[in-house]
Design a protein around this ligand. Structure first.
Ligand code: FES
Length: 248
């Protein structure tokens, strides 16, 4: 497979960026998208040029580190992470545009790498429990209704990749924040911080400069883990409940 890549190059956070065009040849349809970028970088290094900086860690769809806008879509044409996207999704001769996440709260660090520490600060503000965990308890020690357990697991699938923010025309982090709030708020172990968690995490999200949610649904469409759009409605309900309770 021979491809033309138009890649965002930016020396550092202060420098202006621009698209640079590269040709890559000998790309296998079985390669992952990141392996294709590895091939490009090997060629750049051999030519004495600066390789393209991009984020990755597990390359197994688990860590959420890989984060590229590919042909205008967060994580590209398939509903998966960039590391799990394979070159069979493209055709020989294609031109592929590769850009970093575009959001005010995710400033570009270099090339395709963005700073997503704003997500970490949202988690720090309330994405934890204070209940003593100790050693693993018996499975039935704290009864959790099956629908609540299923809901917690569904929301816990969020890997914090930021595709929801990158896909949203408002740069909103509501889907991410709702996944992290709902994951703990539905469980008895998360009950002690149920109100402060949602209030603090939503406040922190706003402070970080994420946009407001207008329920366009692009976030849920782009999410590689399938966090559903009603998760946002559930968090809004939690937030209203918390505001009423705190004001009493
Ligand atoms: S590198 Fe870990 S999810 Fe892609």
């Amino acid at each position: 497979m021979k491809l033309t890549l138009r890649v965002w190059r930016q020396r550092d956070a202060e420098s202006p960026g621009a698209m640079a065009t590269y040709e890559v040849d000998g790309i296998s349809a079985d390669m992952s998208f990141l392996e294709m970028l590895d091939t490009l970088n090997e060629e750049l290094i051999l030519a004495g040029d600066e390789p393209v900086a991009f984020d990755h860690d597990c390359r197994e769809g688990i860590c959420g580190a890989c984060s590229l806008v590919i042909n205008g879509d967060a994580h590209g044409p398939e509903r998966t992470t960039t590391c799990q996207l394979h070159m069979r999704s493209f055709a020989d001769g294609d031109t592929i545009d590769i850009e970093p996440w575009r959001a005010a709260a995710f400033p570009v660090v270099k090339d395709l790498v963005v700073d997503r520490s704003s997500f970490d600060r949202i988690i720090q503000s309330g994405g934890y429990i204070s209940a003593a965990t100790g050693t693993a308890p018996d499975a039935h020690a704290t009864p959790v209704p099956k629908p609540d357990a299923d809901s917690a697991f569904e929301h816990a699938e969020c890997i914090g990749c930021g595709a929801c923010v990158a896909a949203c025309p408002n740069g909103s982090a509501m889907l991410f924040t709702s996944a992290k709030v709902n994951h703990l708020n539905v469980l008895p172990q998360g009950a002690p911080e149920r109100e402060t968690r949602v209030l603090d995490m939503v406040a922190r999200m706003d402070e970080e400069g994420f946009g407001g949610c207008t329920l366009t649904g692009e976030c849920a469409t782009a999410c590689p883990k399938g966090i559903p759009l009603p998760s946002i409605a559930a968090m809004n309900k939690e937030w209203l409940r918390a505001v009423r309770k705190v004001r009493r």
